[in-house]
Ligand binder design. Structure first.
Ligand SMILES: [Zn+2]
Length: 88
């Protein structure tokens, strides 16, 4: 029975640590000197707070979240496609 208690304790510890790490990641500012995807410092600065990674092609940075991609908002505002149930 003690083995089960230890297993539950370890599982709880893992969950708490993961939640703490997620909370920290959410509140930390996005670094603009390293790629968040591959951690490379080989970046081409697009603006003062946005970059394109030369190693993996990822585009990011703290300034990237300010300008959402137009395609995403177009998808959100698009009417839903007509389904087969529309004839009812
Ligand atoms: Zn990268």
């Amino acid at each position: 029975m003690w083995l089960l208690k230890i297993a539950i304790l370890v599982a709880l510890l893992v969950i708490v640590r993961k939640a703490a790490a997620m909370h920290k990641a959410k509140n930390d500012p996005i670094a603009d000197d390293r790629c968040v995807s591959c951690d490379s410092a080989d970046l081409e600065m697009l603006t003062a707070a946005a970059y394109r990674c030369n190693a993996c092609g990822y585009e990011g940075g703290s300034g990237r979240k300010v300008t959402p991609k137009p395609s995403a908002s177009r998808l959100l505002n698009a009417p839903p496609p007509a389904g087969p149930e529309s004839g009812e």
